[in-house]
Design a protein around this ligand. Structure first.
Ligand SMILES: [Zn+2]
Ligand SMILES: [Zn+2]
Length: 232
């Protein structure tokens, strides 16, 4: 890290020590002046202008990001090695997909583990990836798959499109089984605040809604006894 507090001899003559390069933290209410600019730079070369102090930013191996872009960098995993892999500055989709996928991960693994038959196994994406729908619209997604030696049996996908980065879609095979705007995002859009206990119960309801729809779609798939020739 560079020196943030510089000694200014002219100011010192007046009995004042200047803090020339001190940067105030952008978080409302934080009085720290040792903020650093977020290191995020998107695939078009645009930089994030946010400046946060160490307590309100996140750093990965010495590089510091605002919390939002720390979420993006974490979400894209290996893609972060490619300068062209960084999502647009204002794209919240990758970190939202990652967040939802992380919260659903245990229950989907359990569900697919139970649904898998002899000779089949479950494979899980570790980070989000960029995909395109048939209309070439970009979306970020994370998947869990049941596979066997000849290929894919069934795929469960959580995705968020670039053109509506608040709406979470869940697909099981070709079936769209659920979509919805997470309650905390709906509230943020409406400028609503709720007590922590209500927040927790709204989140639980949202996840239960997704899990139940995924679970019944997987059971339907198994009941049909078919394979997924389409399922890529
Ligand atoms: Zn701060
Ligand atoms: Zn940032």
């Amino acid at each position: 890290m560079t020196t943030l507090f510089q000694y200014d001899p002219k100011a010192a003559d007046n009995g004042v020590v200047a803090v020339a390069a001190a940067q105030p933290c952008s978080l409302r209410g934080c009085t720290n002046t040792n903020a650093q600019i977020c290191a995020y730079r998107d695939r078009r070369g645009r930089r994030c202008p946010a400046t946060f102090c160490p307590a309100h930013s996140v750093s990965f191996s010495g590089t510091s990001y605002c919390r939002r872009h720390a979420g993006t960098v974490q979400a894209i995993g290996e893609l972060a090695k490619d300068p062209n892999g960084f999502p647009d500055l204002n794209d919240r989709a990758p970190s939202l997909v990652n967040w939802i996928a992380r919260d659903l991960d245990q229950s989907i693994r359990r569900l697919l583990g139970r649904a898998a038959r002899g000779g089949e196994s479950v494979i899980v994406d570790e980070s989000v990836r960029l995909a395109h729908d048939p209309a070439r619209k970009a979306r970020w997604e994370r998947s869990w798959r049941i596979v066997e030696h000849t290929g894919l049996v069934l795929k469960v996908t959580v995705h968020v499109s670039e053109d509506n980065d608040a709406l979470v879609h869940v697909r099981v095979g070709t079936e769209m089984v659920a979509d919805g705007v997470p309650p905390w995002i709906a509230r943020r859009r409406e400028g609503q605040e709720v007590e922590a206990a209500i927040d927790v119960s709204q989140r639980q309801l949202f996840y239960r809604f997704l899990e139940e729809n995924i679970s019944s779609a997987v059971l339907r798939f198994r009941a049909r006894g078919d394979r997924a020739p389409w399922g890529r």
